[in-house]
Design a protein around this ligand. Structure first.
Ligand code: SF4
Ligand code: SF4
Length: 375
């Protein structure tokens, strides 16, 4: 990663502005420094022999690497690679902002962004119960379930059990996937984590790794092969598995949930691959649930604003992006915003709570499905 990533965008950008409104942070604030074009301007300055100034840092770190701007760009320029390139320069110059540096150090030294070790990764397991070491599927919960979303982990394993899935978990042996390191230019450190995680998973003999989190999904499925080569196992998201369980008739939603709902596509899962059908097919099977689309949905859909550690450096910014989703959902009469990424779930829930928004809630897909399974 070097100046090539900057050149790929700067030399081809037509400055048409199509990427601007696509960006969650620019469209929520209309502040030029948060726009993709501001980032491109910094890259252009660097290529012309200039330096990254301290005043440029909010622009460079106001980015979840969601990739929506790239899809909006008529040339599909690799803006996310360019942002990683700028951040890599700051790593080399020792100028990574302190809160982001702390998160990254915690991941490297302790295996979680919180700085807590194995007890953190065990904390969500219901009753601390034991799992068998070997199974066909391995369920990885990622950082957010042990942090604040224990119920999501608990319910997902209940669904897998009800369907008779042969699965296990790593428990206290799970570690952060390292996407935050990769996205902030700590490529060698991300590679070390990838090697450790892949070696540990291979020991289990699992054929399929199932992630709860969209960020883990992106890292394991799309970035790990670039860092460590062939993984020796398939990477799926929990929604992929749940979809297949429903198709096979292993689980059958029957309980009515009478509500108007919209699905928020996680940037690092459905948007990344342009596959939007599975979560919607699952939700369509829940009796009573009326599914509508938000004004911005699917590939150019909203971003919750939380991914990439943006909030630790620019504290209010993710909330502004999330509020755009909530306001649109309210206008459409939506009572439940459903997602399948713990980052989206956490960010939407806390924005609803902090702003005391009434009549709407954020729900993770496995939780609403479990309710409809009559449990
Ligand atoms: S990757 Fe996402 S957050 Fe970053 S500039 Fe593009 S649209 Fe904005
Ligand atoms: S949409 Fe693409 S070409 Fe247009 S300004 Fe943005 S990066 Fe440049």
């Amino acid at each position: 990663m070097g100046l090539e990533e900057l050149r790929n965008v700067v030399e081809r950008c037509m400055r048409c502005g199509a990427c601007e409104d696509a960006c969650a942070f620019y469209s929520a604030t209309h502040d030029e420094k948060f726009s993709p074009l501001a980032k491109i301007g910094i890259a252009r300055k660097v290529l012309n022999g200039g330096i990254i100034e301290d005043g440029d840092l909010p622009s460079i770190y106001a980015c979840t690497l969601c990739g929506i701007c790239e899809r909006a760009c008529p040339l599909h320029l690799p803006i996310t690679d360019m942002v990683r390139g700028l951040r890599k320069i700051l790593v080399e110059e020792g100028r990574v902002p302190e809160p982001i540096m702390k998160l990254c150090e915690n991941i490297v030294e302790h295996g979680s962004m919180t700085g807590r070790g194995p007890e953190y990764w065990r904390s969500w397991i219901p009753g601390g119960e034991a799992f068998s070491g070997k199974a066909q599927y391995l369920y990885l919960v990622g950082c957010m379930i042990p942090f604040k979303l224990h119920e999501l982990g608990d319910v997902t394993i209940k669904i897998f059990r009800k369907a008779g899935l042969d699965f296990t978990i790593l428990g206290g042996d799970e570690r952060c996937c390292g996407l935050l390191l990769y996205d902030h230019g700590f490529i060698d450190e991300a590679k070390e984590i990838a090697e450790r995680n892949v070696a540990r998973i291979r020991e289990t003999g699992a054929e399929k790794v199932v992630t709860a989190c969209a960020a883990c999904y992106k890292m394991y499925r799309h970035v790990y092969p670039k860092l460590v080569g062939d993984l020796g196992f398939e990477v799926l998201h929990a929604v992929d598995v749940i979809h297949d369980l429903l198709e096979r008739g292993a689980i059958k939603p029957w309980k009515h949930i009478d509500a108007r709902a919209a699905y928020l596509d996680p940037c690092h899962y459905t948007k990344l691959e342009g596959r939007f059908d599975k979560p919607r097919r699952i939700l369509e099977r829940i009796p009573g649930l009326e599914l509508v689309e938000l004004s911005r949905a699917m590939g150019l859909g909203y971003c919750c604003g939380l991914s990439g550690g943006v909030g630790v450096y620019l504290r209010d910014l993710p909330g502004k992006a999330a509020m755009k989703v909530i306001e649109d959902a309210l206008e459409k009469g939506v009572e439940k915003i459903i997602t399948s990424c713990p980052l989206c779930m956490y960010q939407l829930s806390r924005t609803i709570k902090r702003n005391e928004v009434k009549g709407i809630e954020a729900v993770d897909l496995p939780i609403i499905l479990w309710e409809s399974l009559g449990e």
